[in-house]
Ligand binder design. Structure first.
Ligand code: OAD
Length: 252
């Protein structure tokens, strides 16, 4: 649907015309920070690893050492990653919304905290955070050092095995975050959908809520996705290039 430059200008027009802006992000926004996505191409994690062997409570119960070591590998990648201009542009958009009296909500499926490190102040984390670990039975969050764990699974002082503080397949999303995300999605006038395949529910239901309520949906993604047909504007470019251009145009 048009050249990136034209779609960037149209996206900026829609955002300027909105009073309530929601942003919904997925793994693609962190791709240019060196964090692998899950789907798409041979590089996607789920083309190299079986999510049912790694990303479910049953997998952890079966082999806590293997599962926690895999997540610690990803945790180390995330700790070394830096926010990219896409993350920073969304922080600037939050500032612009605050300065112009617009509401702004950033909803993410990402577990890497790169939005916060890029300057975003309020982030709704639908899938938890890989930097937090909690008791396998108690659910209590236990502070952990950044260094790789010395043994797997890592344990709390009382010996309880620790699991990553993320949402696995088959688990509930954190209820307060889900309610806040659904409210923001159902009431926005414009939703910027960035770097997500839109394939994983209930999170992807945020796009459906915005679309169903008549909001303009702007998709920033180099590839077609399951949400593309809901988009008013398709920006077919990588997030670290497209978002700074969109936000610069919004701010004029
Ligand atoms: P996916 O890996 O499913 O999709 C990543 C999307 O990012 C794809 O549509 C790519 O085309 C796009 N993409 C790649 N590089 C990009 C770039 N530079 N700029 C913009 N877009 C780019 O990731 P998610 O949609 O986040 O859940 O996946 C949803 C959930 O599935 C994850 O939260 C995770 C996963 O299994 C759990 O672990 C529960």
């Amino acid at each position: 649907m048009g050249e990136p430059d034209a779609s960037i200008a149209r996206a900026a027009d829609f955002l300027r015309g909105a009073r309530r802006i929601a942003v919904f992000t997925g793994a693609g926004i962190s791709a240019e920070s060196g964090v692998p996505t899950f789907r798409g191409g041979d590089e996607g994690l789920w083309s190299r690893y079986d999510p049912m062997q790694l990303a479910t409570p049953e997998a952890y119960a079966r082999d806590p050492a293997m599962v926690s070591e895999w997540y610690d590998w990803r945790r180390q990648l995330i700790l070394k990653a830096r926010p990219n201009p896409g993350h920073e542009a969304l922080a600037a958009l939050e500032d612009w919304c605050e300065g112009t009296g617009r509401s702004f909500d950033l909803i993410t499926q990402n577990i890497d905290r790169l939005h916060q490190r890029g300057g975003s102040r309020r982030v709704i984390e639908l899938h938890g955070c890989l930097l937090e670990w909690r008791g396998w039975r108690s659910g209590t969050v236990v502070p952990v050092a950044d260094d790789p764990f010395e043994s797997y699974p890592p344990t709390a002082a009382d010996g309880e095995p620790l699991r990553p503080g993320i949402v696995w397949f088959g688990e509930m999303l954190p209820i307060d975050e889900l309610v806040a995300a659904e409210e923001a999605s159902a009431t926005c006038d414009a939703m910027l959908v960035v770097g997500t395949s839109g394939a994983v529910y209930p999170a992807a239901g945020c796009i459906d809520l915005a679309w169903g309520a008549g909001a303009s949906v702007i998709e920033v993604n180099p590839e077609e996705t399951e949400a593309s047909h809901k988009a008013t504007i398709l920006v077919r470019a990588p997030a670290a290039r497209a978002l700074p251009a969109i936000v610069a145009a919004v701010r004029g």
